[in-house]
Design a protein around this ligand. Structure first.
Ligand code: AMP
Length: 422
């Protein structure tokens, strides 16, 4: 048996879990401030949901899904992203006929069979938001402002926000034909992935990472030049709203989401300085998605951020603030005979909301004090022969080392008072 987590997966151990809790608390608080409420969907779904909801020509569906058959031969897939699941939940629970927009956020693991490297894993975590039911461009702006606000609250002020409009299916179809005409003569110069993209989904040639492909298609017509009146107005309003909110962004002709149900606003946010995987989040409008998943024609917009990359950025650029839980009080016993008294006091302290700890390894008195220091305890309560005989506790300040004798009735209040004033 191999004692190693599967490739592309890893454990999160204390004290690192404290960092995760800190980041997750900020993500949740920001989303709630913006009026988004939490949704939790299953880790696996019917494979078909992702084929329809992510798109059969995408890398995710063609190469990266963890798909398996259960004992009843159903094809199931570990979720590679969460937007399709949210659309499924919206339809299944008829949320679309309730109060709109439905504004949701989620935090949880996603699974993609990708080549692991720093910032890229096979099980990774995303924070995302989805707003269903409105095509108002100010909602697009709200979602982007939320994305930026998350970074600000994490102390990440150095980011690059790219935005584009991927149009509506009608004006995009006109554009697609022009793009195909432009690429056709240079098709053979494209990388093998782009040759396939050219056949299946030519817009995706634009976001290829290979320089050679970009050189080959230089001078290509842009989507921006082909927006219909409504799409152009929608995009202009989003940009004005962002400017008015002092959000710095740049228009990016190469940013495309080449699926029919992605519409209008698309955006991506990068943090330079965290390595090759600098994209921390991306999203856009998907007005055709709910219908594609079998629901009514309901618009939607959202984004997803990679939490591993946020943590990497916080660690390398913002000083890696941790939220490590420290012990408040350590109970030290001078003799095994006082285990029961220590346990009872421990419970009283904990029920009063105080983080209390004792030794379980048979350490000597001195070793218990060293251990208390390691745990970060601010106070120690010593139970020895004299304390038991006379019915008091010795309360020690771990920093100043001064000690006081405290009666059994007063110990909880004394500890609370000292913690509050220390
Ligand atoms: P996507 O769902 O592909 O638009 O990705 C949204 C965000 O999730 C990206 O910007 C990354 O921050 C993060 N992400 C995507 N794939 C991975 C992965 N394999 N490992 C870690 N983070 C990822």
């Amino acid at each position: 048996m191999q004692i190693k987590a599967p490739r592309g997966t890893y454990d999160i151990l204390p004290p690192d879990t404290g960092k995760w809790q800190h980041v997750e608390a900020i993500l949740k608080e920001t989303a709630e401030n913006f009026g988004y409420r939490e949704i939790r969907t299953p880790i696996f779904e019917h494979t078909e949901l992702f084929e329809r909801g992510v798109g059969t020509s995408t890398d995710i569906v063609t190469k990266e899904m963890y798909t398996f058959r259960d004992k009843s031969s159903r094809s199931l897939t570990l979720r590679p992203e969460n937007t399709a699941s949210c659309a499924r939940a919206l339809i299944e629970h008829s949320i679309y006929s309730g109060i709109l927009p439905a504004k949701w956020y989620y935090i949880g693991p996603m699974f993609r069979y990708d080549r692991p490297q720093t910032g890229r894993y096979r099980q990774f975590h995303q924070f995302g938001v989805e707003a269903f039911g409105s095509n108002n461009p100010y909602l697009d702006a709200e979602v982007i402002i939320l994305l930026v606000e998350v970074l600000k609250r994490l102390g990440l002020n150095d980011y690059e926000l790219h935005i584009n409009s991927v149009a509506c299916p009608r004006c995009r179809e006109v554009y697609r034909k022009k793009l195909v005409e432009h690429i056709a003569p240079v098709k053979d110069k494209l990388c093998s992935d782009c040759q396939t993209r050219y056949e299946q989904n030519p817009l995706r040639v634009l976001d290829c990472k290979e320089d050679a492909c970009h050189r080959a298609i230089a001078g290509y017509p842009t989507l921006f030049e082909h927006l219909c009146h409504d799409c152009a107005r929608h995009y202009a309003t989003v940009k004005e709203a962002l400017k008015a909110s002092h959000i710095v962004f740049q228009h990016d002709d190469n940013l495309v989401r080449g699926l029919d149900y992605y519409t209008n606003t698309a955006f991506e946010i990068h943090i330079p300085g965290i390595g090759a995987q600098s994209a921390v989040g991306g999203g856009g409008r998907y007005n055709g998605l709910v219908a594609e998943c079998g629901g009514p024609d309901l618009p939607g917009i959202g984004f997803a951020m990679g939490i591993e990359r946020l943590l990497l950025a916080v660690d390398t650029l913002a000083g890696g603030e941790a939220n490590e839980s420290k012990t408040d009080v350590f109970i030290s016993i001078m003799n095994d005979a006082y285990e029961q008294q220590a346990l009872e006091l421990l419970t009283r302290l904990r029920l009063a909301g105080i983080r209390a700890e004792k030794d379980y390894m048979g350490r000597s008195g001195r070793a218990q004090m060293k251990y208390a220091d390691k745990l970060g305890a601010r106070l120690a309560i010593i139970i020895g022969e004299e304390e038991i005989a006379k019915g008091f506790y010795t309360l020690r300040d771990m920093r100043g080392k001064e000690q006081a004798k405290i009666g059994g009735q007063d110990i909880i209040n004394s500890v609370k008072h000292r913690l509050a004033t220390a």
